[in-house]
Design a protein around this ligand. Structure first.
Ligand SMILES: [Zn+2]
Ligand SMILES: [Zn+2]
Length: 322
């Protein structure tokens, strides 16, 4: 947390601007460019491709999932744990272990000590690995498996691709917005002091988050956070979208929490990674509860764009409330 006596400097990545989708007067072309380019590129396209591969090759048959059994649930757990590791481990290795790009595009320029008694096992990495894999992937897998069980038993009607391509494409895009909107509201709930103390404080130990911090949360928070799947208990889709939602909720935080705005590999390859908007939440707590694609923070007055002006306004607001 910054101290009031220091004159503020802008946060890395500032000013965080509202997506063109919400421009007024409307800017349809810019909105489309934002949606298909900045928003979905490259990660969501990659998750979508991975979701298709996962459904056809890495998920048990629906007929098998008619009857709840630990055997097929464990296979889904393994797939989710392996895929999360496939993203988070190389990111951590490149950015933190090897420090492959030093502090280029690092959102918090200060390197955190590897060991700290604040964390389980005295280590941010081990703490994050534990909560992400033991609790995070398990609760994500349970929600995902429950969803398949409902589809397998006909409680929710599965929508096939043939003849429903447009509906499923629209639902695919809406799924990502749903994830952002759901996140804003459950995240506000998690900042309710009693719930914050027993659950959400664990995620906030990472005031300088790293890839494995993404879903490093208390099991109560996981139970709330992954309730995002409940939408598909009522709105029928194809299971590929169920997997996509899982990846967006379970894997994309490894990227947004990477702590680096861009991954730089060589001189010419730069890939968007860490989210400056959420990084500001990890620093100031009471702002930026949501994500940019569903900017409820703008609507409810908790939007912090990282500029010096926003910092001054935030300090004044905090001083008045104390
Ligand atoms: Zn976070
Ligand atoms: Zn929070």
């Amino acid at each position: 947390m910054d101290k009031p006596s220091r004159s503020p400097v802008a946060e890395a990545g500032a000013p965080v601007s509202l997506p063109a989708l919400y421009a007024w007067p409307l800017r349809p072309l810019a909105a489309l460019k934002w949606l298909l380019g900045e928003y979905l590129l490259p990660w969501v396209y990659l998750f979508a491709a991975l979701a298709i591969v996962s459904w056809y090759f890495l998920t048990p048959d629906l007929a098998v999932m008619k009857v709840l059994s630990w055997e097929w649930v464990a296979l889904i757990w393994l797939r989710n744990a392996a895929l999360l590791t496939l993203f988070a481990a190389p990111l951590h290795w490149w950015l933190y272990t090897r420090q492959g790009q030093q502090d280029q595009t690092k959102l918090n320029k200060k390197w955190q000590p590897k060991n700290s008694p604040r964390f389980l096992f005295n280590s941010q990495l081990k703490d994050n690995l534990f909560w992400s894999l033991v609790s995070g992937v398990t609760i994500w897998t349970l929600y995902e498996s429950m969803t398949y069980w409902l589809y397998a038993n006909g409680y929710v009607q599965l929508v096939e691709w043939k003849g429903s391509e447009i509906y499923l494409l629209i639902m695919g895009v809406l799924t990502i917005f749903w994830s952002s909107a759901h996140f804003y509201f459950v995240h506000r709930l998690l900042h309710w002091p009693p719930l914050y103390r027993i659950a959400h404080a664990l995620h906030h130990k990472n005031n300088s988050p790293q890839p494995w911090s993404g879903i490093s949360m208390h099991p109560i928070e996981h139970g709330i956070y992954f309730s995002v799947f409940v939408l598909f208990w009522f709105v029928p889709v194809h299971p590929v979208l169920v997997i996509l939602l899982g990846f967006f909720q379970g894997i994309s935080p490894a990227i947004s929490h990477s702590g680096f705005q861009e991954i730089r590999l060589g001189k010419h390859l730069q890939i968007a990674a860490g989210d400056p908007f959420h990084q500001i939440h990890h620093k100031y707590y009471e702002v930026n509860y949501g994500n940019k694609p569903a900017p409820f923070d703008k609507l409810f007055g908790s939007w912090h764009d990282g500029t010096v002006e926003a910092k001054r306004a935030f300090r004044m607001q905090r001083a008045q409330s104390q």
